[in-house]
Design a protein around this ligand. Structure first.
Ligand code: FES
Length: 206
């Protein structure tokens, strides 16, 4: 049987069109794939967002509760702390936000020097963000038993040192800025409440 010339040409055309469509689809898929790879590469190379997304939800009037230890969640009592002591605290009911973690410190009232904001202190109590401004580790307290006011805050991840009687300014290590201060006040029932929000940036700043 002899093929009709017209029909043979249509089949050729159809298979040619199908092949071109296939090649075109393959090219589009390859271009989209490369674009996606480029986007992921840029994401890896891009520096982490400053501040690390830390946004505190502390409000004036929030009660301070223990953030660790056997008393976790319990209301902190001012009379339980002496000069040279420090504890990690959260605002009551807001412990799910790590940006709310605060280090409460008690020193001699006379020990505060600039740039500590003395208006944000009460009866020797001063409070700062407990999230290191280098890469976001939780800071620790290094107590000097002989001279309580010589105690200081240290981040053991990379040994940044902060001076609590001088606004937690950086005195060593890679932390780029001080730990932000937040206001506290002793209430008539011996509990403590926050009186402000942080006076500076919190979280990692590099
Ligand atoms: S995270 Fe604190 S010193 Fe690096």
């Amino acid at each position: 049987m002899v093929n009709e010339p017209g029909k043979t040409m249509n089949k050729d055309n159809e298979s040619g069109i199908t092949r071109r469509k296939f090649i075109l689809s393959a090219i589009i898929v390859a271009i989209l794939g490369s674009f996606a790879s480029l986007l992921s590469l840029l994401k890896v190379l891009a520096p982490a967002k400053k501040g690390g997304g830390y946004v505190s939800t502390i409000s004036p009037g929030d009660t301070l509760v223990y953030a660790s230890g056997s008393n976790i969640g319990a209301t902190l009592r001012a009379s339980s702390m002496n000069p040279g002591d420090a504890v990690l605290v959260y605002p009551k009911g807001k412990s799910s936000n790590p940006a709310n973690l605060v280090q409460l410190i008690r020193l001699q009232e006379s020990s505060f020097k600039a740039p500590t904001d003395v208006k944000l202190t009460d009866k020797g109590f001063v409070a700062y963000s407990a999230i290191c401004t280098h890469l976001g580790c939780t800071v620790s307290w290094v107590k000097n038993e002989k001279s309580p006011d010589a105690s200081y805050t240290e981040c053991f991840c990379h040994n940044s040192i902060f001076n609590p009687s001088r606004g937690d300014k950086v005195e060593g290590g890679p932390a780029p800025i001080p730990l932000a201060q937040i206001g506290v006040k002793v209430s008539s029932d011996d509990s403590l409440v926050f009186t402000s929000n942080f006076n500076g940036k919190i979280g990692p700043q590099v």
